[in-house]
Structure formats: C-alpha cells, structure tokens
Design a protein around this ligand. Structure first.
Ligand code: DX5
Ligand code: ZN
Length: 227
C-alpha cells in the first residue's frame, strides 16, 4: 500500500475550516488567511444535490487548491449518493482524505471502499448523520482514520448545533484508537466548542463561525475553537 501523500497534522485538537462559508470570489486568499490564523487543514464540502439538497464543489476546485497550496491537508467530505464514483477523481485532484457517509453505501461496501481510498494513498473517513443511530457505524469503528459525527443535517452552513449528537461522539471516543480522529461538523463555534472537545472530538470543523467573522477576528475564533 502506498504511503499517504499527507497525514493529518499531529497537533490536537485540529481546527478544520469548512470553505463552504468562504468568499468564493477570493477563495485562495481566504484559505491562506485561515491557515495563517492557525487552522490546521481545509475541509471541502462536496454535495451532489441528491444525498443533500445543495450543490457545491467538485474535483476541479480541489485540484486548484492543491496546486496553489501543495503542502496543505485537504479533507474532502463527500455528501453524495455514490461516493465510490468520486474516489479516483479526488485522488487525482490531490485530496488528502476522503470521508463518505455510512448512509450512502451498503454495509458490505464500507470496508472495501475504505480500502480503495487507502490503496490510493489517501486517508479515509466515515461519517454519520444526526438521525442515524450510532449502532449503524459501530461495526466499522476500527476501520477508518477518522469518524465524522455530523452535528447538523448536512447540506448547508450556518445551521444550529444539534446537542444530542454529543452522545454519539462520546460513545465513539471510548472506542477509537489513539491514531484515529473524531471530527464534528455543523454548528460549532466558540460558544460550544468546549462541549465538543469534552465529548472527545479532536478535529473541529467550522464554516460560518469562522468565515462569518471579519479577517481580523479569525485568529481569535480559531484559538477559541482549539481551547
Ligand atoms: C454541512 C457541512 C459543514 C458545514 C458546516 O453540511 O458538512 O461542513 O459547512 O458549516 P457551519 O460550521 O456553518 O455549521
Ligand atoms: Zn462538512
């Protein structure tokens, strides 16, 4: 198996700005600025208009970011009905990680898809939506590099945090190995980040709470998210 192109940075908790709330007319600048403010990686939300009711970005955007910032870890969150179709295109586009949803694939396809992602040298994540019981992901807990607990119903930035999802994070945090990450995504900001960290999340995604503030404020938002 090839060595992954880039590994998650070692500092924990990791702060992962979701570029969905960045200014797309100045995307490179916004990304570089967030990283200069202390962000550890970039989170790319890929939506197909079927798995979620929104359309966002694809491999071409990932390739442009990778070309502009080759040493930056690109964490790609696939909110699509057929994640298998996008593995090779995003691998070619320089993605560092591909996270797909447990709701999007048949149970017997989860392990092979993780292996396929890893076989291309990328890290692999497995995501679970708020209404899906944690039991659905338990058979696969040891397999991915990262488990993503969605704390909003995916589709849009700027939604309210669903606090009941913290219980799922706690359950998973008790089961993972030290080399596996737990990510929470949706509605996380300085006001609730401590609860998220205390539940065991060590990779915090944030879009509107970060890019919704002025550039001058973003370093302090990232510091508050990290705690
Ligand atoms: C939601 C996406 C999130 C979203 C987070 O479907 O997966 O990454 O951009 O946005 P905020 O942080 O504004 O809830
Ligand atoms: Zn996301």
């Amino acid at each position: 198996m090839p060595t992954p192109l880039l590994r998650m940075p070692p500092r924990l908790p990791l702060i992962a700005p979701s570029i969905l709330s960045a200014d797309f007319a100045h995307l490179g600048d916004d990304c570089r600025h967030a990283l200069s403010c202390g962000a550890d990686l970039l989170h790319l939300d890929v939506m197909d208009g079927h798995f979620v009711p929104n359309l966002t970005m694809g491999p071409a955007l990932c390739a442009s970011l990778h070309a502009a910032m080759p040493s930056v870890y690109l964490d790609v969150h696939l909110m699509v009905n057929d994640p298998a179709k996008f593995v090779e295109p995003f691998a070619r586009a320089g993605a560092s990680n591909l996270t797909f949803h447990v709701e999007a694939v048949a149970p017997e396809q989860v392990a092979p898809l993780i292996d396929r992602i890893r076989g291309l040298g990328l890290e692999a994540g497995l995501a679970i939506n708020p209404p899906t019981p944690v039991e659905r992901i338990l058979p696969f807990v040891g397999l991915p590099d990262m488990l993503l607990v969605m704390s909003v119903n995916p589709g849009f930035s700027g939604q309210s945090f669903i606090a009941s999802t913290l219980e799922k994070t706690q359950t998973l945090a008790n089961l993972v190995r030290k080399d596996q990450r737990i990510q929470m995504d949706g509605g996380v900001g300085p006001g609730n980040a401590s609860m998220v960290r205390e539940a065991g999340c060590d990779c915090i995604v944030s879009a509107s709470a970060l890019f919704g503030r002025t550039r001058d404020e973003r370093a302090s938002v990232i510091a508050a998210l990290r705690g």
